[in-house]
Design a protein around this ligand. Structure first.
Ligand code: PLP
Length: 445
């Protein structure tokens, strides 16, 4: 039998350490929510790849559209002076699709590029507005925004930065509105949402509003531990951004395209961003595509620019013809099967199921919105001490039982394909429960 693991050493993997990559799963095939390894294991993918395979694996319709588009035209330059039909059609489809007033799309190949584009666009916008001192970005602790140099330092997780410093500068971090463990200060009578929004206002005042270009936030934090904000947070954030002329960038790389039970997650709170970053589920992972949408106001400032102030930003693969064709088809499939509603209903079922595991002593908190859920593992329910080692142990035990989750710090994340059915949702809970049972640390009585 081919030793794939040995041959795999010719590849440097993302977020690599030899210890964590000593025994990788070699995936050969996928169908629906199921992955099949080269050595014959069948695994329920509770993470939809990396939170992105919303339409599930093995979709013929997407394979066919990629084939047809590649034959017709896989790629051509999309730089100014040229365009192609799939990118025109997808941009048209996306116009106003996520939020009213966001009618212009700039395409990238993934989420990091989308956020990098958002930061550059915010700087560009303020220069065009005659306010070149506005260049800083406020982000939240625990956030994940990708791995370009700028996105690395926008990210609020130190482990992504330690070996790549010094920081590029210009990023300021404030506490995230974590209802389970808020790390900022709370004044008497304040909610966590109010306290976390106040942290934004204080940071703007401390840094000077004339230096702040934008605020960036994931509506539901993913890699930082699946943090669902309190309902009052984002409306307050929007008002503060407006008050101090700060652009609001929504990083919906995970939450976009139905994951949380709405097509885009800020809809839950009736809030609109000025810039939207997306990627991942736009193609359900069938092609590498991301993008950034900008408000009509930002677009207008571009339209009136002199040639010397052209927007000199773009990627070879911006508006890739095949990727855009796949994106269009994927959206059609997701609309046909009403994926946001599925995510809402099945997410409720998943959350209820995961909540039954609260009986285990190491389950500190269970939370989620639509089909993105987190189970926080602690060594003591009262003191809430984070237990990443136990989370890793449970992750491994679940994998032995054919369930793929992802330990993000001490939180086990779940974001299965939105094509999942009721029995498969129950199977996630059953297998996770069996994994925890195997560890056997139950609260008595
Ligand atoms: N933003 C968020 C919220 C993400 O979760 C990710 C990736 O997981 C990114 C940005 C980066 O996207 P990519 O890995 O496609 O560059």
């Amino acid at each position: 039998m081919t030793n794939w693991v040995e041959k795999d050493k010719k590849q440097l993997h993302p977020v690599y350490h030899p210890k964590s990559h000593a025994n990788p799963l070699v995936i050969e095939r996928g169908e629906g929510v199921w992955l099949y390894t080269a050595d014959g294991q069948k695994i329920l993918d509770g993470m939809a790849g990396l939170w992105n395979v919303n339409a599930g694996y093995g979709r013929e319709e997407l394979a066919k559209v990629a084939y047809d588009q590649m034959k017709q035209l896989a790629f051509t330059s999309n730089f100014s002076g040229m365009t192609n039909l799939p990118s025109i059609q997808l941009a048209e489809k996306l116009s106003g699709f996520a939020y009213e007033g966001l009618n212009t799309t700039f395409f990238t190949s993934g989420g990091s590029e989308s956020n990098d584009s958002a930061f550059k666009t915010a700087r560009y916008y303020w220069k065009r507005k005659g306010k070149p001192t506005k260049y800083k970005v406020i982000a939240r602790k625990g956030s994940y925004h990708g791995v370009t140099l700028a996105a690395t330092f926008a990210t609020g997780l130190e482990k992504y930065q330690t070996m790549f410093g010094p920081s590029v500068g210009g990023f300021v971090h404030i506490p995230a509105p974590n209802p389970y463990r808020y790390e900022g200060d709370i004044k008497p009578g304040e909610t966590i949402g109010q306290a976390a929004a106040r942290a934004l206002e204080e940071a703007i005042l401390r840094e000077d509003a004339d230096t702040i270009a934008a605020f960036i936030a994931e509506p539901v934090m993913g890699v930082g531990g699946v943090i669902v904000p309190p309902d009052d947070y984002f409306p307050l954030v929007r008002a503060i951004c407006d008050k101090y002329e700060v652009l609001f960038i929504a990083d919906e790389v995970i939450t976009g395209f139905g994951r949380t039970g709405e097509w885009f997650a800020l809809k839950h709170w009736n809030v609109k961003p000025d810039i939207l970053s997306f990627a991942k589920a736009i193609t359900s992972g069938y092609a590498q595509l991301g993008g950034m949408q900008i408000s009509d106001e930002i677009r207008e400032t571009m339209e009136s620019a002199p040639e010397s102030e052209a927007y000199m930003h773009g990627y070879t693969y911006s508006g890739h013809a095949m990727a855009c064709a796949v994106g269009l088809k994927n959206l059609e499939l997701m609309e046909k099967d009403n994926y946001p509603t599925r995510a809402k209903e099945l997410g409720k079922r998943l959350l209820e199921g995961l909540n039954t595991l609260s009986e285990f002593a190491f389950v500190g908190d269970v939370r989620g919105l639509g089909l993105v859920c987190g189970v926080e593992i602690v060594s003591n329910k009262e003191t809430k001490v984070a237990d990443a080692a136990m989370a890793m142990k449970i992750f491994k035990a679940a994998q032995e039982r054919g369930l793929r989750t992802r330990p993000v710090g001490n939180v086990l994340a779940f974001a299965p394909p939105l094509s999942i059915n009721e029995e498969e949702v129950d199977e996630i809970v059953k297998r996770l429960g069996a994994a925890m049972d195997g560890i056997g640390w139950k609260v008595s009585g």
